[in-house]
Design a protein around this ligand. Sequence first.
Ligand code: PLP
Length: 441
Amino acid sequence: MAKHTGTDISKRVHNIPPGTSVESFLIHGRHFTEKWDFRHHIIPPQSSSVTYRLDKTERGARGFQEYASGDAHKTKPIYIYDRLDEPTRGMLEDELASFEGGDFCVAFSTGMAAISAALGVVLNSGDQVVAHKTLYGCTYSLLTNWYPRLNIKADMVDLRKMDELRNAITDQTRAVYFETPVNPTLESLDIGAIREVVDEFNKKRADDRKICIIVDNTFATPYCQRPLELGAHVVVHSLTKNIGGYGTDMGGAVIGPHHMEGQVLLYRKDFGGALAPKSAWPILVYGLPTLPLRLKRQMETAYEVARYLHGHPKVSRVVYPGLENYPQLALAKKQMRSPDGNFVPGNMIYFETVEKDPAEPLNNIKVVDWIAKNAYTLTLAVSLGQLRTLIENPGAMTHAAVPPEKRLEGGIAPNGIRLSIGVEAAEDIIRDLEKALAHAL
Ligand SMILES: *Cc1c(COP(=O)(O)O)cnc(C)c1O
């Protein structure tokens, strides 16, 4: 039997044998839930019913009252209407909550819907959120374009520096928000250290003014990192990426402590943005069960590709948390652990091309455009975590919403390239990169 030094999933889920590995749990799930049982089906049926038959008025009335008060918890589901609760999505939510180590999971139509909900239940007009200075482009836009309209202040600082965090926190601060590894530059942020600083402030505050640490765990997935075990209060995901894994469906998730569940459900009921059961189904049936397999393969390849790029004369910098020269290797090794305790540095690589004038980059565009036209195993496209290897220029594409000077400050160089490694053979990816780099100046 495999030795488990990390997470014991059987402690979080009833009725599975002690010592069950996460890999097996993601394939076999809970077997018997009040949502579906598996006496007949091996694969859960895909439910497709907007509304539900109720046996009496009182039952419907109770359900509505619970949702309206923010007291709805889904241990004993009352199905009324898809946007409130729904069995296929509910099974996905149960698995994600156990996998990530949270008390609940509420699934949304996209990652951005989940991020808006997690921040939306915590922040009121007049509050402030402190975020890392480099963020996914749309999250950056949410914080800087929309929150000022609601009189919510967003301060972006370098969360690698605890002094900057301490100085940014005010009486109005209610949330600290970040990704780790950061998109696209892949630096790591120390979740435990950030929690210690936040605890210093929280111990002097009433419960309803405490600061909530929200971590976007999209890049790592709970297979590679479980922020709730490391000190975060809430985790958000884009299920569209690694967890969905096949690039067929969008989705998002909020995972957190019991006392927030009712509020997040209420938010989803009223703002909408529930994950469609037709999208929950492939994530549950294809995405989660194959996640460890896909990631293991992608990580082996990512290491080889990162080493290849590191030695290339036309590449000035390579950032991969598994590479020996990664500046925060000790931190990555502390945070990025599979449930059975191995170092699992993920499937994303960031690198920069050598340029005559780094302010006027040519080579990274040349390399990516050559790939767009000619490569077989690399595809110019945004998104990540698919079977295909995807490549893009973050400065010009995913992070274009971030103003150029902020991009530079955040380490998104104009000559940067982001690679999401797929499950192709490493030598084929390297052959395509070799040819592409030969076309750089
Ligand atoms: C893609 C992504 C999001 C947004 O997710 P969508 O499903 O596209 O809405 C948020 N955070 C990170 C880190 C992402 O990569």
